[in-house]
Design a protein around this ligand. Structure first.
Ligand SMILES: [Zn+2]
Length: 88
């Protein structure tokens, strides 16, 4: 990073996740990884995506538990990278 970028930041702070410096004003509030913490925008986007997948996985598991579209829902779980595992 150039010094000029650093000086342009109003509230520079290091990202908890990647360690890069970012402007607090343009950061992203973390919910899952670092509750009550602001992380940089690019890490925030990755986290948001992960949370989306978590939510979809949760919905699909509920559907499977309820016996709805089990085959399709299991296939979708595989597609989102969360293959179905039987609970112990
Ligand atoms: Zn980051």
């Amino acid at each position: 990073m150039y010094d000029e970028d650093f000086e342009e930041m109003e509230m520079p702070c290091p990202c908890n996740n990647c360690g890069d410096w970012f402007d607090l004003n343009s950061g992203s509030a973390s919910n899952k990884w670092y509750p009550n913490t602001v992380i940089c925008k690019s890490c925030g986007d990755i986290e948001d995506h992960e949370v989306d997948i978590d939510n979809e996985e949760e919905d699909l598991l509920i559907e499977i538990e309820n016996g709805n579209n089990i085959r399709a829902n299991k296939k979708r779980l595989k597609e989102i990278g969360r293959p179905f595992k039987k609970k112990n």
